[in-house]
Ligand binder design. Structure first.
Ligand SMILES: [Zn+2]
Length: 206
């Protein structure tokens, strides 16, 4: 992926639903850069504390050392200016300021690889991923396989009732679904049941 000559800045976005291999693809690209002895830094939001605080771990247990950040500004604050390749996982949690920062870093001749969910649990564009797609030099959309019917899946189905935008977790709370099997209303149950489910979800995060 290094066709660019000299130090041309570059933005890559890898997006798709959960279980589509985004983190694996991000890790694969970052490893290639490390093998080429490029200076690499990887950031992920502290909110996503699945499996590990200081590593990005894909569902298939590939891992790479990462730095936890609170928001987009924190990425810039924790960036070593000598870094050549910057990986950002779960970018949908870092806020709209990420777009401006990513463009600024590319203008500084950095290669930035951003991975994140392109749609939320209701199938709506998950900001700032749409905006990042617009400013990207290269875009990869990853598809999962529908866990109901086996068709290509572009949706992240939330299996528990919660209208919070963010419920972090993976197996058991979410599954990949195709357009036909996707049921956004599943996450919108009546309130007493929804709050009971929320309690269950927060227990499972401990
Ligand atoms: Zn399906």
């Amino acid at each position: 992926m290094n066709w660019a000559k000299g130090n041309l800045g570059w933005i890559e976005v890898v997006c798709g639903p959960m279980f589509s291999g985004k983190s694996e693809e991000l890790i694969r690209r970052l490893r290639r850069a490390e093998i080429a002895r490029q200076r690499v830094q990887i950031f992920k939001p502290g909110i996503d504390q699945r499996y590990s605080h200081d590593h990005i771990v894909s569902h298939s247990d590939l891992r790479i050392h990462s730095t936890a950040v609170r928001d987009a500004a924190d990425v810039e604050a924790k960036l070593d200016l000598r870094t050549e390749v910057i990986g950002i996982d779960e970018a949908q949690f870092l806020g709209m300021e990420l777009v401006e920062i990513v463009v600024r870093l590319a203008d500084m001749s950095k290669r930035i690889i951003v991975a994140g969910l392109d749609t939320d649990y209701l199938g709506r564009p998950f900001h700032p991923i749409p905006e990042l797609l617009a400013v990207a030099d290269e875009i990869t959309k990853t598809l999962a396989i529908c866990m109901q019917c086996g068709n290509p899946a572009k949706h992240t189905q939330r299996l528990v009732a919660s209208e919070d935008l963010i419920v972090v977790g993976a197996a058991g709370l979410y599954e990949a679904r195709c357009r036909r099997c996707f049921e956004p209303n599943l996450a919108k149950l009546d309130e007493p049941l929804a709050s009971a489910m929320r309690a269950t979800v927060s227990d499972s995060r401990k």
